[in-house]
Write a protein that binds this ligand. Structure first.
Ligand SMILES: *Cc1c(COP(=O)(O)O)cnc(C)c1O
Length: 408
């Protein structure tokens, strides 16, 4: 069976990367090396000429990175076809962090005078990178309510210099979802490319390339790694020519490469992506229902609820609902602090997508850098609590939430 034809996600994450290596190691070797040797000048010249740049210098590529890259590319392309009806081929570039991958994405697609359109309620670091770094580099950054497709049309007409639309769906931490397919259709009629931050959904729940996306981005630090053991980011594209030339070149010149150890940890983590996601998702549905029915809770943001404003879009473009939720206590910020401090099983930490449940307070942590009135406009209120639901046993999670809510 060709690797392109694996029917299931777990087979794919276990067997896509090659097991071949000089010393018959079963797991992917950690190639902790900055450079690679040549037997002769001629051989060195051949490697420089080749499109495979993984055995020259680690900033350019490294076999441990390749194992992670081919696995993520296979995940995002799983079951998809190109225009000719052949299995979709993607190119993935592994980076040191999500932010590094986003930097390559933006700088390889945008230069001074160009416009980037994005939306409210993005991950804090994405919004700051746009509004601080890109804006200072001369890129016109326009954030709109992109769910309003007429507004998107008008914004595109008013900004003929637009080169890229960047989406994050579901967004962290409000779980806002936007219609990838509808936005890609509009963008493409204006010759504008679309990138999608697929960190929260993972390719297990959502495949943006099936919906028309040109680039997909992941903070692989989150669900792909799954264990909170390393930082990584990945940028994927379906225009292989562009990915192998300009995007690869910018990646190498900006210097945001990963390292062999973190890349190895990512490879190990991805092997259990499917079974972790199944448990994350079923636990999240139960935790959301438990919180929704608790008298101390004002409201819960969870796309699995029919009452969530983006429930229909989320159900259309995701296989199941993402295991991330946020909620507000009736007692506001004070009650929220007491609740977080009383937790005994859940972990108090930022980040998301680890095997254990993480609880954080966006206003004082991840979104501290965003002005208060701006973040409140997007739904990141002072009392909002974010929960990335882990794979613990439900009895223990329920026990913990019950006892912590009794202490507020
Ligand atoms: C964490 C995160 C990022 C940034 O990734 P790092 O790996 O921390 O650099 C970007 N987008 C989303 C949605 C995230 O959750």
């Amino acid at each position: 069976m060709s690797k392109q034809q694996f029917k299931g996600i777990s087979t794919l994450t276990l067997h896509t990367a090659s097991h071949e290596n000089d010393n018959f190691s079963h797991t992917t070797p950690i190639y902790a090396t900055s450079t690679f040797t040549f037997d002769s000048t001629d051989e060195g010249m051949e490697r420089f000429k080749s499109t495979d740049k993984t055995r020259i210098y680690t900033r350019w590529g490294n076999p441990t990175f390749t194992a992670a890259e081919v696995t993520i590319a296979a995940l995002e392309a799983h079951g998809l076809k190109n225009e000719k009806g052949e299995p979709l081929q993607l190119k993935a570039l592994l980076h040191a962090s999500g932010q590094a991958a986003m930097t390559t994405l933006f700088f390889s697609n945008l230069s001074a005078g160009d416009t980037l359109i994005s939306h409210y309620s993005l991950y804090g670091g994405s919004q700051e990178l746009m509004q601080k770094v890109l804006a200072e580099a001369g890129v016109n950054v326009v954030l709109i309510n992109i769910k309003d497709l007429d507004l998107l049309e008008t914004t595109l007409k008013n900004n003929p210099t637009t080169k890229l639309i960047h989406l994050e769906t579901p967004a962290n931490p409000t779980l806002q979802c936007v219609d990838i397919e509808a936005i890609c259709k509009i963008a493409h009629t204006h010759n504008v490319k679309v990138s999608v931050d697929n960190t929260v959904a993972t390719p297990y729940l959502q495949q943006p390339f099936a919906l028309g996306a040109d680039f997909v981005f992941h903070s692989a630090t989150k669900f792909l790694n799954g264990h909170g053991s390393a930082l990584n980011g990945v940028l994927l594209g379906k225009d292989l020519e562009l990915m192998n030339t300009k995007v690869w070149k910018w990646h190498v010149l900006l210097g945001g490469n990963s390292n062999a150890f973190d890349s190895y940890l990512l490879i190990q983590g991805m092997k259990t992506l499917e079974i972790r996601m199944e448990r994350h998702c079923s636990n999240a549905a139960k935790v959301a229902a438990f919180l929704e029915n608790h008298p101390a809770i004002a409201h819960v943001n969870y796309t699995g609820f029919a009452s969530h404003p983006d429930h229909a879009i989320a159900s259309k473009q995701m296989k199941q609902h993402a295991p991330l939720l946020s909620f507000e206590l009736k007692g506001g910020l004070d009650a929220g602090k007491k609740f977080i401090d009383a937790l005994q099983v859940c972990t108090r930490a930022v980040s998301l997508g680890t095997v254990d449940t993480l609880v954080s307070h966006p206003a004082s942590m991840t979104h501290y850098g965003i002005p208060r009135d701006e973040r409140i406009k997007y739904g990141i209120t002072d009392g909002l609590i974010r929960m990335s639901v882990g794979i613990e046993n439900m009895e223990d999670l329920e026990w913990d939430l019950t006892q912590a809510l009794a202490k507020i």
